[in-house]
Design a binder for this molecule. Structure first.
Ligand SMILES: Nc1nc2c(ncn2[C@@H]2O[C@H](COP(=O)(O)OP(=O)(O)O)[C@@H](O)[C@H]2O)c(=O)[nH]1
Ligand SMILES: [Mg+2]
Length: 464
């Protein structure tokens, strides 16, 4: 997250974000700042009435001052007014004409908002020109570009709302090239990832050669932050998996497993996943708006679908039959462990639900032992697998990894199934070490498991 301390060593690069109302100017700034509180976002026209400044830092060095501006409304009339003025004032440079116009702002109350934009454009090093590609290509854009060009600053068109609008995007690109704006950016809150952010700074680098190094230090800094965020998120998921895989609940003597035992285990798992979800959203500064735009199945910070809902197994392609988990037991998500030996959910199924006797016969010896000695209720393998799959999908949604296609629907329909090949071994290893449940360990095996699972979580492979 960018810092907000002040630093006077170098003047920051001034970048004005301009464009029509609702083109997404404020949203872009929020995304770049990763700050949900910046400015005011609203569907109703003309929310931003004043120029608002915010700063992007690399460490404690201010690199870019971003200026959010009010929407451009009537560019045709403004251009006409400027042309009328050019006949009466002597302007050596187009920017002088803008200055003359600004100095007579009192005469043009209708252009109050536009004048703020013009003033900011003259005072900036570069302009980010936000365009909603869903808008029809109208003459007013030509006028707008003509007016903004008079400031004599590099203009970078930023195409917004590109998800599912690739044809419109192509037309807009062609149109902007006609206006001599060949370098352009794509932005979509839905598909904005670190690569997109990096491209934005790189385009600025090419437009603002003298500030190349400052922008490079920003890119490097953001890259490092990004990697750290990803690692922090993967570590947090590993922690969740450990908590759950290592969970053991001692079952009382002869009475066997009660509904209360199962409910208590399930609540533990739900709560653990809930906390992990909260932490992941926090790590990536995900806001309620982001959650909605990404169509995450999350409401009020909670997953819509319960981890023990049988539909989860189906949705994530886990075959309940293959592990002898069926019906109600699949939903219960339980396993039984005796002296560290997991009996498998099938045993429990027979023992507690009076079903699946063929399986129970196979496990007779273990079952007898189970009823004699101490027994622990554990979280079933499928539940741990589900947690892994759901959290991995969440992580990849939060980081937008691999969503080059900017189609909203594609994101929702995509389901990640694959468990890593050595998954069962790793989970077994976790299960054998209940002491890891609440604290990380310097133990070599623990460290190895952690690196392994983190690498799986962060890799792009076996995705989808
Ligand atoms: N789907 C989608 N909605 C966006 C995107 N950017 C902005 N919006 C929405 O468009 C509306 C206007 O955005 P805002 O940033 O206030 O536009 P501004 O008037 O140019 O500052 C808000 O409701 C935003 O949530 C985007 O990339 N994708
Ligand atoms: Mg705004």
């Amino acid at each position: 997250m960018p810092d907000i301390r002040h630093d006077t060593r170098y003047p920051a690069i001034n970048v004005a974000v301009v464009g029509h109302t609702n083109a997404g100017k404020t949203s872009l700034i929020r995304t770049l700042l990763r700050d949900d509180c910046f400015g005011k976002i609203d569907e109703s026209a003309g929310t931003t009435r004043y120029v608002e400044k915010s700063t992007i830092f690399a460490g404690d060095e201010a690199i870019i001052d971003l200026f959010d501006t009010p929407g451009f409304e009537d560019s045709s009339a403004l251009l006409q007014a400027l042309e009328e003025m050019s006949a009466t004032v002597e302007a050596r440079l187009p920017a002088d004409l803008l200055r003359a116009f600004i100095s007579q702002a009192d005469h043009f109350p209708d252009f109050e908002q536009e004048i703020k934009v013009l003033r900011q454009s003259i005072n900036s090093d570069a302009l980010l020109y936000m365009i909603d590609v869903r808008e029809p290509l109208l003459g007013k854009y030509r006028d707008e570009v003509e007016i903004l060009s008079k400031a004599g600053k590099p203009i970078l068109p930023v195409f917004n709302f590109i998800a599912g609008n690739s044809e419109a995007l192509t037309r807009w690109r062609e149109q902007m090239a006609q206006f001599n704006l060949h370098a352009a950016l794509e932005f979509d809150t839905v598909a904005f990832d670190f690569e997109a952010e990096k491209r934005l700074y790189q385009k600025l680098q090419s437009q603002l050669e003298p500030r190349y190094d400052a922008l490079q230090s920003l890119i490097d800094y953001r890259q490092e932050v990004w990697i750290n965020l990803n690692r922090a998120a993967a570590r947090r998921i590993f922690q969740l998996l450990t908590e759950v895989a290592c969970y053991r609940r001692e079952v009382a003597g002869r009475s066997g497993i009660t509904d209360a035992d199962v409910a208590s285990m399930q609540d533990f798992v739900r709560n653990a996943e809930q906390l992990a979800l909260r932490d992941l959203l926090t790590i990536f500064a995900f806001t309620q708006t982001d959650v909605e735009l990404q169509q995450l199945a999350v409401r009020d910070g909670r997953w819509v679908l319960d981890i023990f809902s049988p539909r989860m197994l189906h949705d994530f392609g886990l075959n309940a039959g293959a592990t002898a988990l069926k019906g109600a037991a699949a939903g219960a998500g339980i396993d039984l462990m005796v002296g560290g030996l997991s009996l498998g959910a099938a045993t429990l199924l027979g023992a507690t639900l009076g079903a699946g006797w063929a399986t129970v016969r196979r496990y007779q010896q273990e079952l007898k032992a189970a009823w004699r000695g101490h027994k622990w209720l554990c979280v079933g393998d499928n539940t741990v697998s589900l947690l892994y799959l759901r959290q991995r999908k969440l992580l990849h949604t939060l980081t937008q990894r691999g969503h080059a296609a900017r189609n909203k629907l594609q994101i929702t329909n995509e389901v990640v199934h694959a468990l890593p090949q050595r998954w069962d071994k790793v989970i077994k290893a976790l299960r054998q070490n209940p002491e890891w449940q609440h604290s990380s360990s310097t133990d070599a095996e623990y460290q190895k498991l952690q690196s392994q699972i983190m690498a799986w979580l962060l890799s792009d492979k076996s995705d989808g």
